[in-house]
Write a protein that binds this ligand. Sequence first.
Ligand code: ZN
Length: 480
Amino acid sequence: VQRQLLENATIVTVNDSKEIIENGYLLLEGSTIAGVGEGDVPVDPKTTKVTDLRGSVIMPGLVNAHNHSYANLVKGTTENLPLELWMLYTLAEGRKLTIEDVYISSLLGSIEMLKGGTTAFLDHQPQPLEALLGSAKAYEQARIRALVTPQFGNRPYNETLPQAIEISSLPPEHQVSNDVEPYLEMLTSLLDSLSAYGDRIRCGVGPSGPQRCSDPLLLASYEFAEEHDLPWHIHVLETKAQEATAQKLYGKRMVEHLNELGILSSRCSLAHVVWISEEEIQTLADKDVSVVHNPASNLFLGSGMMPLIELREAGVRVAVGTDGPNCSGFQSMFESMKLAAILSNVRTPDFSRWVRAIEVLEMSTKNSAYALGMADRLGSLEVGKEADFVIVDPKASALVPLNNLVWQLVYGRTDLFISDVYIGGEKVVENGQLLTVDENGVYEEALARGKWLLDRLQVDYERIKTDHPKLKEMIMRLWQ
Ligand SMILES: [Zn+2]
């Protein structure tokens, strides 16, 4: 077993007492943390590789609990559109991607995440099995941890809206069957294939949204997750329209419906929950469900603000994500953390309830690790956990002068100052450069593919524009 000692560092542990160790060391044995503490630890330099970090900061790798990797090639294709309209674009884009496109898109996203200090993430992917396997290959090459979570649904798009609207830009093949078997077969194949990657790349189950799936599909997917002990992930109450759709479909609130189906438990993570009621918040707390805050996406799409303070005060475990790069613009968990913290401050004038930097750091490490089903292995720097961590240059302007380390890490755009990133004891970023894949090669390929893709999408974009007025009318009526 390879032993490594990293010494003379300030260590932000994010352990239960949120300890910060000055002049600390991290001892690694193979892929795991064998020791963390203060001062010197005697080691035999013949068997242990010693690195003097000269005052650098070590913090846990960040865990992105909601993302869509296929979207890295379609950043910037829409602006100023609410989700119900934006979806038509992203659906069209998703349909045009080739398997090779998804692979390059996944590599591109991995590069951005790793250089930005994200060491594990949940990839909610509305793609066919072959494309998901291509993504898995990309993550294996980049050496990032991923929960490959197929995103699926079996209701036609217009049924997912609060009122039936004929969407002319959707192709007929979007009308999907009610049969749940094909989805379970796909999940079974994916689970089998991913086992080849060991546990760095794992499988999740990700129905797109309650309103996008029939009840039999929701139930069958949850049972599959139970049977194989996998995390179950879903978008819930992202927009006001979805709240109205729940009334139309179920005659009740969305979370109430999920609860009645008996599919809420600690294996579940719900992305967004912007339009959630007090009673629903209590249900999530009672059922030990995780939720995932994606502040940039919620702002970009005008969806609203997750009631972060209320969720936390009710005892709901809140994780953090970026959402897809085509509705957030970035893959930076540091930006997500900062937005999560400062956005909470405009929810209430009672400043004693505002969320603090250390709390969003815990949400973005430990809580996100829990949502990925890896709470026992990731999310903090403690003995026995995986050696996934980020080293920040002590000369980063964000940290000079050093008055309040966690405050400065969270609010200071620290992703600009990351020097090294380790995953499972393996260095994957060194001096800000990726060691695992050829960055420039990926960029060149992504440039060419992005242009080709955009050319092919023009006809779809023109067709979608004809659907704008109907959807705009629906949304405006909803808000009256
Ligand atoms: Zn999403």
